[in-house]
Design a protein around this ligand. Sequence first.
Ligand SMILES: Nc1ncnc2c1ncn2[C@@H]1O[C@H](COP(=O)(O)OP(=O)(O)OP(=O)(O)O)[C@@H](O)[C@H]1O
Length: 258
Amino acid sequence: MEKDKIQLINPEETVIKIEELYKSFGELEVLKGVDLTVQKGENLAVLGRSGSGKSVLIKILAGLLKPDRGNVTMLGKQLGQLQPKELDELRLRMGFSFQSSALYDGMSVFDNLSFPLTMNIKHLSRKQVNDAVEEALDAVGLIDKIERNPEELSGGQRKRLGIARTLIMKPEIMLYDEPTAGLDPVTCAEINALIVEVQQQYKTSSIIITHDLTCAKNTCERIAMLIDGTFLKIGTFEDVFNTDEEQIKKFFSYNFTL
Ligand SMILES: Nc1ncnc2c1ncn2[C@@H]1O[C@H](COP(=O)(O)OP(=O)(O)OP(=O)(O)O)[C@@H](O)[C@H]1O
């Protein structure tokens, strides 16, 4: 897959802007002045060692954690200035593919999708709900599983269902936390392809937190390397891969699975 051939929708428009972000837990300084922008239509991977603060960063973007200092602007709204209702409205414009986003195992695949839709958008007709569920399942290649229960699906299919559950709300931003973790190489490749399809079909802009270099290379226009609490290097995969920075070279040498 050749990511550099994808045309960004509007590379001039910034949809995520992170400025001078700090977060500590007691004595532990995790984020120490993080700056980052994501352009409209772009997929950006955040790479970093275990414990470097990737999940903390994505939780701040999702509004689940508050930073100690700094600003996050998403879709033109500054997170720190939003009232709870405004934050909820903003979050409806974002899709989350987190490991913790558990599926409802007691409900069918159809109900797993129709439930969040009808919870968030009132007064939809039965046909509108059916059409939306079918469109989201079609997008992730699970239309034939519509009457199954999630526990009957494989790990990769469950991941797809989780993504469909966010797509049903037509998100403008997608946040993926370790989308390929725990999957075999073939399933990883399928999820990577799906992430790119979502970007193209739904015109999303995304941040993808990952350890998986193949995922970063095949799904993202740019990579941001989180080391010692800041982004040491941001650029194309090749820019980052070919850097002389010792800590980045070490990260790539231990993670080289391409
Ligand atoms: N709520 C919390 N309270 C205290 N410490 C926390 C909390 N959340 C995260 N940390 C600490 O912050 C650091 C960064 O954690 P984080 O989960 O962001 O790492 P990560 O880069 O996502 O790692 P991994 O790749 O292993 O998932 C870790 O040392 C972690 O123990």
